[in-house]
Write a protein that binds this ligand. Structure first.
Ligand SMILES: Cc1cc2nc3c(=O)[nH]c(=O)nc-3n(C[C@H](O)[C@H](O)[C@H](O)COP(=O)(O)O)c2cc1C
Length: 191
């Protein structure tokens, strides 16, 4: 089976069984500017044309890391189906129009946060953060919040996708799909 179809199938099966608040949560790993791997949870927006899309601000650590090294990994752990998916791939930026579309789908508070804050920058206190947020909200009123240039997204185009399914026997099934030209090659790995 094509690994993208398998991914869609596994994701749908998990969502059907698991009433997760954030079913699209996954771990994005990047290569830190200091060489240390860096990982954090993000939300998978969608998979289009075989690429996995994640959004966020460019000035953040992950944004800077991706600008420096255009490779990343995404990992999913689905508890109801007891399955793991690991993806490694090449990263490119989504288009301005795509970023605008994803931004327009965010709720207003998230749009304001993404517009007025610089993700990852130090703040004096939580109280200052709250105060600034409320002040910005008052200033913006009901004004439409335009997509800020510093906010965008990435496509992760996989070169490798590994599917692992837990088995009671402990003989967990691991299938590794590797991109070989236009095709995918599948190998079965020992648990
Ligand atoms: C479930 C979950 C989903 C998240 N989704 C996103 C996301 O889609 N984009 C984002 O920029 N941060 C998201 N975050 C916050 C990140 O984990 C992280 O705190 C933030 O991106 C800053 O990371 P950085 O300093 O490595 O850039 C999410 C956090 C959690 C726990």
């Amino acid at each position: 089976m094509n690994p993208h179809l398998l991914f869609d199938q596994w994701f749908a099966e998990e969502k059907a069984l698991n009433n997760l608040k954030l079913p699209a949560a996954c771990c994005l790993s990047t290569i830190g500017l200091d060489g240390y791997p860096n990982a954090r949870f993000v939300s998978l927006k969608e998979v289009t044309d075989g690429s996995f899309i994640i959004t966020g601000p460019w000035g953040s650590r992950k944004g800077r890391e991706i600008e420096n090294s255009t490779t990343a990994a995404l990992s999913f752990w689905w508890t109801a189906t007891e399955r793991q998916v690991r993806i490694q791939g090449d990263v490119s930026k989504i288009s301005e129009s795509q970023a605008e579309l994803y931004f327009s789908q965010r709720n207003r508070d998230s749009q304001i946060v993404s517009t007025v804050f610089e993700q990852g920058k130090e703040v004096e206190s939580i109280a200052h953060l709250q105060e600034y947020f409320e002040e910005q909200k008052r200033t913006l009123g009901s004004e439409e919040i335009k997509h800020p240039e510093h906010w965008g997204g990435i496509n992760i185009k996989p070169i490798r996708i590994e599917f692992m399914e837990f088995k009671k026997s402990r003989l967990h099934e691991r299938k590794l799909y590797t991109q070989a030209g236009e095709k995918w090659e599948m190998t079965i790995l020992q648990p």
